[in-house]
Structures are given as C-alpha cells and as structure tokens.
Design a protein around this ligand. Structure first.
Ligand code: GTP
Ligand code: MG
Length: 469
C-alpha cells in the first residue's frame, strides 16, 4: 500500500469558472495501464491525442486532448496525464469524477488516487529534484504576481537565477571548509597552511558575495511582498487627503473636523512595480481630547505604527506657528520613535504647501513639502518612499523574486561569515571556530534551496499554492 505522500493525485488545474479550455491533471507512479483504460487507447509519450472520455454507462462526457508524460520527463518527475477538456465547471468535475471512478475499478495502486492538496504537484517536483525550493516558491510567486515587474522577477527565480547565486556560494564555502578542516588535521602547520592558501582573502570575497546576494534578495522580497506605509499625525493635518491623493480615489472621508477618521483604512498602490500598502489612521491626540470611538481609533493607529515598514509623520505647514500644535508634534516624534520598529524609517512630510510655501526654518529634520490638495510633491514623495526602504530601481532588471524567509536565512549567513572573519583575524586565530562558522553558513544556504528542510517549512510553503499546481 502506498503512503499518502506517494499516492497518485488528481486535480482540476485551471481556475473555477467558464473558459475555452479546462485541464484535469493526474500525477503518479506507473500510470500507463490506467491511461490505457481511461482513454481506451495507447498514448504515445508527449503527443497530443484526441480522446473521447466516457462515463460509467458508456456515454460521452467530453472530447479532450490527452497528453501523457512518462516519468521522469514531466512536471512532477512522476508519470503525468493531462486532459485538456472544455472549460466548464460541471464538465470538468464530471471528467474528474470519471478519472476517479476508473481508478477505483482498476485493480492496481491507482485505487488510492485522491484529489491533490494545494501545491502538491509542485511539491512532488521538488521532492523528485525537478526544481529546488526557491524555484518551487517562484512558481507560486509567478501565479500570484500583481505587477509586470513581479512577473519578471518570479520568472528569473523560476529559471534558477536565485538558485545559481546560492549554489556558487555553496561551492566556494565547501572548498574553503575542505581547506580549513584539512589544516585542522595538522595542528602544527595549520596557521601557515591557512596563510598560504589566502583563506582570509577568499573569505573577504565570500563576504562581499553574500552581501550582494542578500541585497538582491531584499529587493526581490520587497517586490513580492511590498511595504506597509503608515500615515500618522495629529488630527486635521491631511492624512486622509494624502491617502486619497496617492490612490487617486475618494476612499477616505475628508472634513475640516478634527477626529474625522476613526478606523484604519488600507489601500495598495504600485510605485515602480513595488506594492505599497498605504494605511490611513485616526489623528493622534491625547485620550481626554477624544470621545470613546476616537480613542479606539487612536489605539489602533498606534498598533499600525508598531507594525509599519515605513512611518510617514505628516506635519501641517499652516500650523507651524501654533505653539500647542508644535509642542504636540515634538511629543509625537518621541512617541513614534518608541513605538515603531527599530529598522523602520520615519519620514517627515510637510503638508499643505499650497497654503504655506516651505518647511524651511521651521524644523531641522530632513523633510519634504507636499500638497495633498494640489498633488504638488507627490512624485518626490513616492521616490523618497522607495528610497527609504532601500529600493534600487537601477537594479530592477536583475531582481529575482524572494521572500522574507530568504532574507532571514541570508542574514544568518552574513552573521556566520562575520564571526568566521573575526575568528581568523584574532591574535590567536581559532580554526575550530572558523570551521564551525563556515559549516553554519553552508547549512543556512541549504535551507534556502531546500537541501535541508524541516517538514513543517515544506508544509507552510506548499499550502499557499493553488490546487492543481
Ligand atoms: N489647503 C490644503 N488643505 C488641505 C490639504 N490636505 C488636507 N487639507 C484639508 O485639511 C482638512 C483635514 O483633512 P483630512 O484629510 O481629513 O485630515 P486628517 O489628518 O485625515 O484628519 P483626521 O482624520 O481628523 O485625523 C480638510 O479640510 C482638508 O481639505 C492640503 O494639501 N492643502
Ligand atoms: Mg482622516
């Protein structure tokens, strides 16, 4: 009896709804006899055959194009049968039913044929070494991509741009480990050995390569996940007007009444292909100044500040001479610095430039003047936003899709290499520590490509796919 992991799987691979063509896909071991029964003819490998699929009573269900991909030359690395039928939800579910019913009649392991879980076809491709983990993730990124830039970057990962960078590093680390481990076996000569082989020089080169790969990965993760920009500020400074101006839509209510916004309002825009999740919040003021509903809004606003990738503190140019306002603004800066993430940039943006020209002389903070009303300064604000999270548009051509988990793994690699360099540059170099750090770095790289992968991580990655992929 086959384990659930090895059981043959089936799914409708095309989306719900009507379309010209719909695909039913089966993957499993030794499908040949089953394919013959289902299609009532032999299928030549990788050739399209026009086949009539009949139901249990011999009546036609659909006329399909059938394609048989024998292992290992298939998407999953197992035998794969693809039936391209007509794209109606009912006809496709009848096709699926027929495939299951033929499997139940068959007196073979195909009896265990079951519907696939999300991402299971791609998981099999990974298990059968058809692709590594970063490529498998790229499949899902390609399907989920919301912008052209995201499609291109996912495509680059899919064809292995990311994996190649990781593999090259793996290779260099492995060679260095061999050197270091060998010299550990000859304790009298070890330091000479390491000097002669220029381990320090090589390690510096590896560090530079890791830094570059980490930076590229950050860019890729940014392109895939986007960033959350929280607009914070006192009531009436124009936060909701800014949300409306950036999105080009009348999303939030704008009035001259302080405390208009209470709930958190989020909308995603794309700036140079980077998704930016713009969050409008309730104006921040002391609890005793606000009613019960507004107080809840204010505490929600603080929660958003704590969860932001970028905080945009909006100032009001028309109130720069108002002492109560400026005092409150100074307090707000302090409180935001305490609330926000340490790495999260805080941008100071001065609104209502149509009324008062500039922030000069009012504040020594790096600043930008805008008008949510006229749109002045919004292009510069968009540039500033991307710049603040490290987006380098000039490198966009080479960016591959990546995720937060990749960035974390590479940050661990950076830390291992940093400690390896420290141990080598110490007054008495400690080769055993160096060896251990190199091993740690290599292990983290293996987690990236999936050579070493905890099962729960696999479950987490593939469960986010759609069914049939
Ligand atoms: N002249 C001028 N007025 C603006 C500008 N932006 C906003 N306003 C006005 O300022 C007032 C408050 O705007 P909102 O966008 O509601 O301000 P808010 O910060 O969201 O206010 P709360 O939701 O109460 O915290 C409205 O009367 C807007 O028309 C601007 O750039 N120039
Ligand atoms: Mg508002």
């Amino acid at each position: 009896m086959l384990s659930d992991r090895d059981a043959p799987i089936i799914a409708i691979a095309t989306p719900q709804g009507k379309g010209a063509v719909g695909v039913v896909r089966i993957s499993g071991k030794n499908l040949l006899a089953y394919v013959r029964t289902l299609c009532q003819q032999e299928l030549a490998p990788r050739r399209a055959h026009l086949v009539t699929i009949q139901d249990d009573k011999g009546e036609c269900v659909d006329q399909v194009l059938a394609l048989f991909f024998p292992a290992p030359y298939s998407y999953t690395g197992e035998d794969v049968l693809e039936l391209q039928g007509h794209g109606g939800p009912v006809v496709l579910s009848m096709l699926l039913e027929r495939c299951l019913s033929v499997a139940r009649q068959e007196n073979t392991h195909l009896r265990g044929l079951r519907t696939a879980m999300p991402g299971e076809f791609t998981q099999r491709a990974f298990m059968n070494h058809k692709m590594d983990l970063t490529q498998a993730e790229a499949v899902s990124d390609l399907i989920d991509a919301q912008t052209q830039a995201a499609v291109r970057s996912a495509g680059r990962s899919l064809v292995g741009a990311f994996s190649q960078g990781v593999e090259q590093l793996q290779d260099k680390l492995l060679r260095m480990r061999m050197l270091v481990e060998a010299s550990l076996d000859f304790p009298e000569e070890d330091i000479d050995f390491v000097t002669q082989a220029d381990v320090l020089g090589k390690l510096h080169a590896i560090r530079d390569e890791v830094n570059t790969l980490c930076e590229q990965t950050r860019q890729g993760a940014l392109l895939r996940d986007g960033m959350k920009m929280v607009i914070a500020g006192q009531p009436n400074v124009g936060k909701s007007s800014l949300l409306n101006a950036l999105t080009g839509q009348d999303l939030a209510i704008v009035t001259p009444i302080a405390g208009t916004t209470r709930d958190v309002l989020t909308h995603t825009i794309a700036i140079n292909g980077v998704p930016v999740h713009v969050v409008d919040t309730a104006g921040l003021r002391e609890a005793h100044q606000a009613d019960e509903v507004e107080q809840i809004g204010i505490s929600r606003a603080w929660a958003q500040v704590g969860d932001a990738d970028v905080v945009l503190l909006l100032h009001d140019l028309s109130r720069q001479q108002d002492l109560v306002y400026t005092q409150m603004q100074a307090d707000l800066v302090e409180r935001i610095l305490q609330h926000k993430n340490a790495q999260c940039p805080l941008l100071h943006v001065f609104n209502k430039s149509d009324v008062v020209k500039s922030a000069e002389g009012t504040n020594d903070l790096p600043s930008l003047s805008i008008s949510a009303k006229t749109g002045e300064g919004l292009a510069a604000l968009k540039d500033l936003l991307l710049h603040s999270v490290g987006w380098q548009s000039q490198h966009q051509e080479g960016v591959f899709s990546a995720r937060a988990r990749h960035v974390h793994a590479l940050e661990h690699v950076q830390a291992h290499i940093h400690r390896a360099l420290q141990s080598l540059q110490a007054t008495t170099p400690a080769l055993d520590i160096l060896a251990e750090e190199l091993r740690g770095a290599q292990q983290q790289l293996s987690v990236l490509t999936g050579t070493i992968t905890p099962d729960d991580l696999l479950g987490e990655i593939f469960s986010r796919f759609c069914i049939g992929k």
